[in-house]
Design a binder for this molecule. Structure first.
Ligand code: LMR
Length: 330
C-alpha cells in the first residue's frame, strides 16, 4: 500500500506494488462525515470491496471517514473541484447546491422505508439525479440511514408547543429551517463532528437525528430526552465528480462501478434498517435518555403544525416534486 500524503496531490493514478510489482491503479477518494460503523460507513466499505473485485483491483476506493478529509462545509466544493472523487452527503447538504434535494427533508413525507425506496426509484429519484448533472456531479445512488427522532436537554418533546424557544442543531436546509420556525424554535446549522460539543456546551440544546447517529456519536450522553417521532428521513446521495466519471474511467470501469453501486445499495439500505433497530435496542437498554414514543394523536398534532412547510417548500423545489411527494403520501 501507499501512504496518505504521497498520493494526496498525485491525481487519480496510484501505484500498488503489493502483489504484481508496479501496477497502475485508478484511485477514488471517498470522503464522508460519519464513522465506519454506521450505515454509510459500512456501505462505503462494501462498495470499495465490490469495486475491487469487479475491476480486478484496477480501481481502488480509498475511504476517509469521520470528516477526516472534508466536512459538510467543504465536501461539495471539494467534489466539484475534483480534489475528492466521491462523497455521500445527506440530502440537506446536497440541497445547498441543488435545492430540489430538499424534497427528501419534508416532514411526514414517508410512512416507512418502502415509501422512501419508492421515492428513490421513481420520479423523485430520477429528477434529483438529473439535477446533479448540470452541477458537475453524477449521482450514483441513494443510501439510507433512517427516520429521524427529536432530542432535547430541556424538556420532553410531546406537543408542538414544547419546541418553543429551544435551540436546535439542524442540517442546512430551508425545509428544515421552516419546520422549526413553525414550531417557534431557533436553529443553528452545525457540522456533524461538532454536534456533541455544541450540545455539551449548550450552544444548542436540542436536535434531530437517526438512532444510528445518536448512538454512534454518543449524543445520548448530552441529551436528556428523546421522542420517537419518525417525522423525517435521513439519507444520502452518493455523488461522483462528473469529469472524473467521464474522463478518468473507461466504459468498462463505469459499468463495473454502476453494478457495484446497485449491489451495495440493495445490501446497504437493508443493513441501515437492521443497524438502527439494533442500536435502538441498545439505547433502550442503556436507559440514559427519557424516551417518549409519539402516540397517533400526538403525531397528528405535529403533522398539522408542520403542514405549511409544503407550501413554502414549493417555492424552492417546484410543483412537480411537491406533487410527486403528495402522490406518495396518498
Ligand atoms: C448529520 O449531520 O446529522 C448527518 O447528516 C450525518 C450523516 O452524514 O449521517
Amino acid at each position: 500500500g501507499i501512504g496518505f500524503s504521497s498520493q494526496f496531490n498525485s491525481g487519480p493514478l496510484a501505484y500498488d506494488d503489493e502483489q504484481t510489482g508496479l501496477r497502475e491503479q485508478t484511485l477514488i477518494r471517498f470522503s464522508f462525515v460519519v464513522a465506519e460503523n454506521t450505515p454509510k460507513g459500512l456501505a462505503a466499505q462494501k462498495f470499495a470491496e465490490i469495486v475491487k473485485q469487479k475491476t480486478n483491483d484496477s480501481i481502488k476506493v480509498e475511504l476517509y471517514p469521520n470528516g477526516s478529509l472534508y466536512n459538510e462545509n467543504d465536501e461539495m466544493e471539494g467534489l466539484r473541484r475534483g480534489s475528492v472523487q466521491m462523497i455521500a452527503p445527506s440530502f440537506s447538504n446536497i440541497s445547498e447546491v441543488v435545492p430540489e434535494w430538499m424534497v427528501m427533508d419534508l416532514p411526514f413525507a414517508f410512512q416507512n422505508e418502502d415509501d422512501v425506496e419508492k421515492a428513490f426509484r421513481g420520479k423523485i429519484g430520477a429528477l434529483l439525479q438529473k439535477k446533479l448533472e448540470s452541477n458537475g456531479m453524477v449521482g450514483l445512488g441513494f443510501w439510507s440511514n433512517g427516520f429521524q427522532q427529536m432530542t432535547s436537554n430541556q424538556r420532553p418533546l410531546i406537543h408542538p408547543e414544547d419546541f418553543q424557544d429551544l435551540k436546535f442543531r439542524i442540517l442546512p436546509s430551508k425545509v428544515i429551517e421552516s419546520q422549526f420556525r413553525l414550531l417557534k424554535a431557533r436553529t443553528s446549522p452545525i457540522p456533524f463532528n461538532q454536534v456533541y460539543r455544541s450540545m455539551e456546551s449548550g450552544i444548542v440544546d436540542s436536535g434531530e437525528n437517526t438512532i444510528s447517529n445518536i448512538y454512534s456519536r454518543k449524543l445520548y450522553q448530552v441529551q436528556k430526552y428523546m421522542t420517537i417521532s419518525n417525522h423525517a428521513f435521513l439519507g444520502y446521495g452518493v455523488l461522483m465528480n462528473k469529469s472524473f466519471w467521464n474522463n478518468s474511467l473507461t466504459s468498462t470501469q463505469r459499468q463495473a462501478i454502476t453494478e457495484a453501486m446497485q449491489e451495495t445499495t440493495l445490501w446497504a439500505n437493508q443493513n441501515a434498517i437492521a443497524i438502527n433497530q439494533k442500536q435502538w435496542d441498545e439505547l433502550k437498554k442503556m436507559n440514559q435518555m427519557d424516551i417518549h414514543t409519539l402516540t397517533n394523536d400526538e403525531r397528528y398534532e405535529w403533522q398539522q403544525a408542520l403542514e405549511p412547510v409544503y407550501r413554502e417548500a414549493q417555492i424552492y423545489i417546484g410543483k412537480e416534486l411537491i406533487d410527486a411527494v403528495n402522490e406518495l403520501r396518498g
